[in-house]
Design a protein around this ligand. Structure first.
Ligand SMILES: Cc1ncc(COP(=O)(O)O)c(C=O)c1O
Length: 400
């Protein structure tokens, strides 16, 4: 439509939302469909957090707040960075927005000009390249491999940097691969960035608390203090505190950037919900003991899914360090035909066949910039996962 903005033509709708919609459609038509497409914990928000929100409503904390966060929440975030990441961020270096996504959006919109490049290791979260494109800049996808654990290697980063590079966008643990960088792996990347002083790093640490097998989480500004002045550290309460619907995310970085992000937010959504902000204060300052409990449940599910997928004909599924996703390869099935007579010529054809013939909804890897793979979100009950993986095994066994 000529009436619509040109900028809209540059972006694609979210593939993960499309899969979820398609699964919902089939279910509504009476089909037995298991959806493994959505990226959110199935656990409920803890009671103490809900109570804090109810208290905020009763106490009349229901008005506009400071644009980028109430002082109490900024103090709680500052304490979190000190406690968990050994990072010093003052309240005026912290920005709170309506979910991590808005904070990311603000940061990219506030810094990117046409011609600027943003390096995004693939597979990536679907929103990264789209927001970069919306800002008029150029996403530079750098493919990783299953053999490298889906991690960006120092040489590949070095090769991708040009005079136009503005940001490196890192995400560990990763959506969609679950890959998380060790301190040594991050150090190899930060060493490259030290050689290129014009490149900043935006690190999306949203899945920080969801790591398994004694993995030790770390973040670029902690690994390389010399990068502190050109790092934006993004995090939020959505995943770790089971608060996806509350819409609170935050970032910390240099004051001038935080001010620019607040300026943008002041002309769009103003403050995030006052009630959600009070809930987030309780999330960060209150008891943290449910986090390892949830992680243990996720680890059990990860192990179940990885084991069952590796027993499926033609699939290879590495064991990720974190998040609640696996990103198996379906390369072994390419060129073959499903029981329903569908030719599997791509990962997209694989996921379409799986949905149509076995009623399991997953997302094709090409949507995340790396084929031939698919993403499974295992943030769902064990018995459902077992049933879904059983169906995947049957689907693959019947491929000829
Ligand atoms: C890697 C990553 N970053 C950021 C977000 C956004 O989180 P929020 O729900 O707080 O906007 C998500 C959500 O799916 C994500 O997977």
């Amino acid at each position: 439509m000529a009436f619509l903005a040109d900028s809209l033509a540059r972006i694609k709708p979210s593939a993960t939302v499309a899969v979820t919609d398609k699964a919902r459609e089939l279910k509504a038509a009476g089909r037995d469909v298991i959806g493994l497409g959505v990226g959110e914990p199935d656990f409920d928000t803890p009671e103490n957090i809900k109570e804090a929100a109810i208290r905020a409503i009763r106490e009349g904390k229901t008005k506009y707040t400071a644009v980028d966060g109430i002082p109490e929440l900024k103090a709680a975030i500052s304490a979190k960075f000190k406690r968990e990441n050994n990072l010093d961020y003052k309240p005026d270096q912290i920005s709170v927005g309506t979910g991590g996504k808005q904070v990311l959006f603000n940061a990219l919109m506030a810094t990117l000009n046409p011609g600027d490049e943003v390096i995004i290791p693939a597979p990536y979260w679907v929103s990264y390249p789209e927001i970069v494109s919306l800002a008029g800049a150029t996403p530079v996808s750098v493919e990783t491999t299953m053999e490298s654990g889906f991690k960006l290697m120092a040489e590949a980063l070095d090769r991708a940097i040009t005079p136009q590079t503005k940001w490196l966008l890192l995400n560990s643990p990763s959506n969609p691969s679950g890959a998380a960088y060790t301190r040594a792996e991050l150090k190899a990347l930060t060493d490259v960035l030290l050689k290129h002083p014009h490149v900043w790093v935006l690190t999306d640490d949203m899945y920080e608390h969801l790591t398994y097998d004694d993995f030790v989480f770390t973040t670029p500004a902690e690994v390389e203090p010399a990068l502190y002045e050109r790092t934006l550290t993004l995090n939020g309460v959505s995943k770790a505190y089971c608060m996806t619907g509350w819409r609170i995310g935050y970032a910390a970085g240099p004051k001038f950037l935080i001010q620019a992000m607040a300026k943008l937010q002041s002309q769009s959504t103003t403050n995030p919900s006052s009630i959600s902000q009070w809930a987030a204060v309780e999330a960060l300052n209150g008891p943290q003991d449910f986090i390892p409990r949830n992680s243990a449940a996720f680890k059990e599910r990860r192990d179940l899914v990885v084991s069952m997928l590796n027993q499926a004909n033609g699939l290879t599924c590495p064991t990720p360090e974190g998040a609640f996703y696996v990103f198996p390869s379906c390369a072994g099935l390419l060129g073959k035909t499903t029981a329903g007579g569908r030719k599997i010529d791509s990962d997209e054809a694989f996921v379409t066949g799986l949905l149509e013939e076995e009623g399991v909804a997953v997302v094709h890897g090409s949507a995340f910039g790396l084929a031939p793979h698919f993403r499974i979100s295992y943030a769902t009950a064990n018995d459902i996962l077992e049933e879904a993986c059983g169906r995947i095994q049957r689907f693959c066994a019947n491929v000829r």
